[in-house]
Design a protein around this ligand. Structure first.
Ligand code: COA
Ligand code: MG
Length: 292
């Protein structure tokens, strides 16, 4: 995990061809924006969309908001030019679609290195193919090597459902094993991991439920496609007031003189260990960063 905590609660897709949506970015409270050159852009418009990147990134919000570019696959006719244009436009990160193996990440990293892209340009990976899921442990392992630039996984649930023939139900029950595997792999590699999109952007009750579920599963944030989804995602992936109170109770308890030398204490009939203390400290630090 990137240290200190970097909020990635709401990650908003904006198609590079949608000028009205692009103009709105500066007014929105999302933690990250993904300027999309891939699925949201028709082949005939790809080159024109790429040419707009520098202008789009030059007007990035003043507040804290990561700006990413989702490029076309490197193997496609557009991929390499997209990658270099995104790096030149000083994107914070480049989101690689349809990856399958660690090699796909390494190739993108090599291309960035060969073109003297600063280390600050990170790579994010869409996990949306069966092959990527089968190789997820090896891909995640790259997160342990800063030279790989890999920082974050994004679940591509629409493509995954399409590629596997899996039915997407409101409770996402058939996708669940893969999503949990993705969270596990991300943690093993020290990466952030973002849940997939909810296509029905008018149903905010269903969206709030899906965000709560994603947070409980261990995701760091949610992919969002519409401004109305930002606030519910930010809320679901922030520590709740109850969680902050509970964390303070734990840090206070361990700070008491009688507990200073103890590895484990009892609190209201529950065992609380030092691992809970570090978890509580982490949660409070996260809440402070989000609040700041
Ligand atoms: N980013 C920024 N602004 C957006 C936005 C987005 N992703 N989606 C909608 N908006 C803006 C609209 O431009 C509109 O702005 P206005 O208030 O200035 O008129 C406002 O939010 C309300 O939009 P609304 O009319 O409800 O939706 P729409 O019909 O304009 O757009 C979608 C609906 C789905 C086409 C649009 O949300 C979208 O393109 N989302 C991203 C899809 C995408 O990137 N998919 C690929 C990755 S999964
Ligand atoms: Mg996709």
């Amino acid at each position: 995990m990137t240290d200190p905590y970097r909020p990635r609660r709401s990650v908003l897709y904006v198609p590079a061809a949608n000028d009205k949506a692009l103009a709105k970015i500066a007014t929105l409270a999302c933690d990250a924006v993904i300027i999309d050159l891939e699925d949201g852009i028709l082949p005939a418009d790809k080159a024109a969309a790429r040419d707009k990147l520098a202008g789009i990134l030059a007007t990035r919000p003043k507040r804290r908001c990561e700006m990413l570019v989702r490029i076309n696959p490197l193997a496609s006719e557009w991929g390499a030019d997209d990658l270099l244009a995104a790096s030149k436009a000083e994107a914070d990160g480049i989101l690689l679609p349809k990856i399958g193996t660690p090699r796909d990440i390494l190739e993108a990293g090599d291309l960035l290195d060969d073109n003297f892209a600063p280390d600050s340009v990170k790579l994010w990976a869409m996990i949306e193919t069966p092959k990527a899921l089968l190789n997820i442990g090896a891909i995640a392992e790259l997160g342990r090597d800063p030279a790989s630039r890999l920082a974050c996984f994004v679940a591509g649930t629409n493509d995954l459902a399409k590629a596997t023939g899996t039915l997407v139900t409101p409770d996402r029950r058939y996708l669940m094993p893969w999503l949990m595997q993705l969270v596990l792999a991300a943690r093993a590699g020290g990466l952030h991991v973002i849940d997939g999109v909810a296509n029905d952007f008018r149903d905010l009750d269903a969206f709030a439920r899906e965000c709560a579920e994603g947070a409980a599963m261990g995701f760091d944030g949610k992919s969002v496609i519409h401004p109305n989804q930002i606030e519910p995602a930010n809320r679901a992936f922030s520590p709740s007031p109850e969680a902050i109170t509970a964390a303070r109770t734990i840090t206070d308890a361990f700070a008491r003189p009688e507990n200073v030398g103890k590895g484990v204490i009892a609190m209201d009939g529950r065992m609380v260990e030092r691992l809970h203390l570090s978890e509580a400290e982490k949660l409070l630090a996260k809440a402070a960063i989000i609040g700041a």
